[in-house]
Design a protein around this ligand. Structure first.
Ligand code: ADP
Length: 476
C-alpha cells in the first residue's frame, strides 16, 4: 500500500472549471481502489455546494507563511468513496465563489505552502506528493527550499502532472521570491526563470521526480519545437522521466443508462428512440425547431482559442445556412462568446448559444446531439469526446493530442473507427469533414453501427490508474 497525496486547485464534484476537475474527481478513487491510501487537498472555495460543506469536519488550524506574513489556514476533512479530502480554509483567499482570480499567485502560493505544512499536523507522511498543474507547481521547489532538511519530509517523492502546458503560472520574479520565500539562486534559467519572469509550472517540471501528462500523443507533441510553449528543451531533457497516460471518464456520472440529468435514459442496445426523445426535449427547451430529423451538433467547452473556435468561426455563417442545428454551451473569451451569441441571434431556430456553466445542460447536450464538435488546435487529453461517445454522440475532432489517441477515423469500407477526424488546422478541411459526417448520418444503418460501437468503448479509469501506480512504484 502506497500513501499518495494529490494536490489540485480543482476537484469534482466540489469545484471544477474543466477537465482538471473531472480527473481529480475520478483518479484518486481509482488509485485508492487498487489498495492505496489516497488523500487529496484543495482550497475550500466559497462555491462548494452546501451539501458537501455540511459533510466536512473541522480538524485544526495553523498559520502558514506567505513571505513575511503568516496567514490563517483552517483544515477541514471529508471522506468519500475510499478517499480522504482535505480543504484549506482561508476566507480572504478562497471565501468568494471564484476558483480563479486576479491574485492567483498569492492564493496558490499560500495553498501550496499550506498543502505541505499541514502534513505534519495531520501526522501523515505520504510516500508521494502528486502535484497537478501550475497551482501546485511550487510544491516540489518549496520542499527543496524549506522542508527537505526535516526528517519528516526528507524522503517524500514528487510527481508533477501537466494537464495543460498552455497555463504556466508566469509572474514577476520579485513577487514569486517574496511569496514563496525563495533565494535568488532559484531564479536562474535552469530553474524557475523563464524569459525574465518566474514560471511555476517550470518549477514543477524541474524539481519533481517524475512528470506525466494526460495522453501519449501530447507527451510527444510538447517536446517538439512546433509546439512553441517555450519548455520543449526542458521536456526533452527530462524525457526519461516523462510519459503520457490517457485520462479516463467516470461512467457513474457519464452513462446514458443511469444519468438522472438527461430527459430519458437509453443504452447501447437500444438507443434510437432514447436519443430521438432527448433531442426533441432539448429542441423544445432551447427554442429550436422541434424536428427529430435535423442533425444536431453540440459543443460543451471552455470558449478559448485552444479549442479551435477560430476555425469554426470561419465556417459558422456557411454552417448556419445548412439544414442542421448547433447547440453551444460554454464560457470564456468575450470575443468567442459574442461570435456564438451573434450567430444564435441571427438563426434562433437553428443555433442555441448558452453562455454559462451548467452541468445539467451539459449532460442533456451530450445525450441529445448527433455529433459533437471539437476542432481543437491542441488538446492535452480532452474528456468531452469520450463523454460524447458514451452517449452515442459522434465526435468530429482535429487529430491532435488526446483526440488523436481516443478517436479513430471512420472507415466505411471496413466499418471501423468511432468518429470523424481531420489533420490540418484548416477550416476547409473541417467543413469537408462535417459534410462527410452528414452524408453518413443519412445512412441510418451505417450510422447506427457507428453509434453503437462508440457507446461500447471503454475509457474507464481502471487502466490509467494502473499506469499511474506503475510510475509510483518506479520512483519509490
Ligand atoms: P478542458 O479541460 O480543456 O476544459 P476537457 O474536454 O478535458 O477540456 O474537459 C471539459 C470538461 O468540462 C467536460 O466535463 C465538459 O463537459 C465540462 N464543461 C466545459 N464547459 C462547460 C460548461 N460551460 N458547462 C458545463 N460543463 C462544462
Amino acid at each position: 500500500m502506497k500513501k499518495i497525496y494529490m494536490v489540485s486547485s480543482e476537484v469534482s464534484p466540489f469545484a471544477k472549471t474543466g477537465g482538471l476537475g473531472d480527473v481529480l474527481g475520478s483518479l484518486p478513487e481509482a488509485i485508492a481502489k487498487l489498495g492505496n491510501d489516497v488523500r487529496v487537498v484543495m482550497p475550500k472555495y466559497g462555491l462548494i455546494a452546501p451539501e458537501y460543506v455540511e459533510q466536512m469536519e473541522f480538524l485544526f488550524f495553523i498559520y502558514v507563511p506567505v513571505g513575511w506574513r503568516n496567514k490563517y489556514c483552517g483544515v477541514f476533512e471529508l471522506q468519500k468513496n475510499g478517499v480522504t479530502y482535505y480543504f484549506i480554509d482561508n476566507e480572504y483567499y478562497f471565501g468568494d465563489p471564484h476558483i480563479y482570480k486576479w491574485n492567483d499567485l498569492e492564493r496558490f502560493s499560500f495553498f501550496a505552502r499550506a498543502a505541505v505544512q499541514i502534513l505534519q499536523n495531520l501526522k501523515w507522511r505520504p510516500d508521494i506528493i502528486h502535484c497537478h498543474d501550475w497551482q501546485a507547481g511550487a510544491i516540489p521547489v518549496l520542499l527543496d527550499a524549506h522542508y527537505r532538511k526535516d526528517m519528516f519530509y526528507s524522503g517524500i517523492k514528487t510527481i508533477f502532472t501537466i494537464h495543460n502546458l498552455a497555463y504556466q503560472g508566469i509572474y514577476d520574479i520579485d513577487t514569486v521570491k517574496d511569496f514563496l520565500s525563495l533565494k535568488d539562486s532559484y531564479f536562474t534559467n535552469d530553474k524557475l526563470e523563464f524569459h525574465g519572469g518566474a514560471n511555476l509550472l517550470k518549477a514543477g517540471l524541474v524539481y519533481s521526480d517524475y512528470i506525466t501528462t494526460v495522453s501519449p500523443t501530447y507527451s510527444e507533441e510538447i517536446k517538439s519545437e512546433a509546439y512553441d510553449e517555450g519548455l520543449e528543451g526542458l521536456l526533452r531533457a527530462r524525457a526519461n522521466s516523462l510519459c503520457g497516460i490517457i485520462n479516463g471518464i467516470n461512467y457513474d456520472e457519464y452513462s446514458p443508462k443511469t444519468d438522472k440529468l438527461i430527459f430519458e435514459n437509453y443504452d447501447s442496445r437500444n438507443f434510437a428512440a432514447g436519443k430521438r426523445n432527448n433531442k426533441l426535449f432539448l429542441q423544445e427547451e432551447l427554442g429550436l425547431e422541434v424536428n427529430p430529423d435535423i442533425p444536431m451538433f453540440g459543443i460543451v467547452s471552455r470558449l478559448v482559442g485552444q479549442k479551435g473556435f477560430g476555425l469554426l468561426g470561419e465556417i459558422l455563417p456557411a454552417l448556419s445556412q445548412m439544414d442542421i442545428q448547433l447547440v453551444i454551451l460554454g464560457t470564456g473569451d468575450e470575443q468567442i462568446e459574442n461570435m456564438f451569441r451573434h450567430e444564435a441571434w441571427c438563426n434562433p431556430s437553428k443555433i442555441s448559444a448558452n453562455i454559462t456553466f451548467n452541468n445539467t445542460l451539459a449532460h442533456k447536450i451530450y445525450a441529445s446531439c448527433d455529433m459533437f464538435l471539437m476542432p481543437s488546435l491542441f488538446e492535452p487529453c480532452g474528456l468531452s469526446q469520450m463523454i460524447s461517445l458514451s452517449y452515442g454522440t459522434i465526435p468530429i475532432v482535429r487529430e491532435t493530442g488526446g483526440l488523436a489517441d481516443t478517436i479513430q477515423p471512420y472507415n466505411e469500407f471496413d466499418d471501423i473507427g468511432n468518429g470523424f477526424t481531420f489533420a490540418a488546422a484548416n477550416s476547409a478541411d473541417m467543413m469537408f469533414t462535417i459534410k462527410r459526417a452528414l452524408e453518413f448520418y443519412k445512412n441510418k444503418t451505417a450510422w447506427k453501427s457507428l453509434v453503437r460501437r462508440g457507446m461500447k468503448e471503454n475509457f474507464s479509469w481502471d487502466n490509467s490508474a494502473k499506469s499511474y501506480e506503475e510510475i509510483y512504484e518506479k520512483i519509490l
